[in-house]
Ligand binder design. Structure first.
Ligand code: HEC
Length: 260
């Protein structure tokens, strides 16, 4: 019985173990980068977060919202109350209804959520050739390879190769752009970063790579603003456990010493 089914089992094994056929235009795995905030003791680089916010605000926010963030959350990247009030006040939001039942416009306050660039998803698609620019609040967490993917995507625009794996010519349709790291390689987002696209408040020179690195860190922070507290708590818990284990060991020795 077993002998008869052995070839079958082997065939099945070979079928599963064989390498998958190469898919045309498969996205490259993003190279690993060093990020200051990673690792057990890693903390956010506040200067990079502020530069990254500037990139988001001046570039990405034209198309991408960050619905889960309020202006007052910017205290977490080192802005004080007055600075946050001033940032919020740059935006106009719709509030109401007032006593007459009318909606009205007012300047945004620190407690307001980040203002979305479009009134709704349909308006967002209409402005972007049918493609929806996704919300950035949890973008770094939601994609495989996280920070490394976002950085690679932002710096991964190239001219396409002439032919694909099957030798067919590659044609990038109008409104689409070739990106090495995007699944399928054709993305409906034009390269958002250009050399000196922002003029950094702290004087850092704004290369595409610098801006990509900074905005990636800002978006990583936005997805996990309490990471530093979480890590500190972990370290405290481990220290407590070590001390507690020592006390228990000493107690055990004392109790059992009398037995002999
Ligand atoms: C002019 C509008 C526009 C701007 C500006 C823009 N994007 Fe996009 N973005 C889009 C659109 C449209 C898509 C959807 C692309 C698609 O699905 O093909 C997108 C998709 C994305 C994605 C998702 C990729 C994926 O894996 O699905 C990320 C991440 C992203 N943008 C980051 C950024 C960042 C960071 C900035 C600022 C540096 C930025 N974008 C600026 C329009 C824009």
């Amino acid at each position: 019985m077993y002998k008869k089914s052995l070839p079958l089992v082997l065939a099945a094994f070979v079928a599963f173990a064989a390498p998958a056929p190469a898919v045309a235009a498969e996205a490259l795995a993003p190279p690993k980068q060093h990020w200051a905030h990673q690792g057990a003791f890693g903390t956010y680089d506040k200067a990079a977060l502020q530069r990254g916010f500037q990139v988001y605000k001046e570039v990405c926010a034209a198309c991408h919202g960050m619905k889960l963030l309020s202006y007052r959350n910017l205290a977490g990247i080192g802005y004080n109350e007055d600075e946050i009030k001033a940032i919020a006040a740059e935006y106009t939001v719709i509030d109401g209804p007032d006593d007459e039942g009318e909606m009205f416009e007012r300047a945004a306050r620190p407690s307001d959520r980040f203002k979305s660039p479009f009134a709704n998803d349909k308006a967002a698609r209409a402005a972007n050739g049918g493609a929806l620019p996704p919300d950035m609040s949890l973008m770094v967490k939601s994609r495989h390879h996280h920070e490394n993917y976002l950085f690679a995507l932002l710096t991964g625009y190239t001219t396409p190769p002439e032919t694909d794996a099957e030798g067919e010519p590659i044609i990038v349709p109008a409104g689409m752009y070739w990106n090495k790291y995007f699944a399928g390689n054709m993305i409906a987002m034009a390269p958002p970063l250009v050399e000196d696209g922002v003029s950094y408040a702290d004087g850092t020179s704004a290369s595409v790579e610098q801006m990509a690195r900074d905005v990636t860190q800002f978006l990583a922070w936005a997805g996990e603003p309490h990471m530093e507290e979480r890590k500190q708590m972990g370290i405290k818990v481990i220290l407590f456990m070590l001390v507690f284990a020592g006390i228990m060991l000493a107690a055990k020795r004392k109790v059992w010493a009398a037995v002999h």
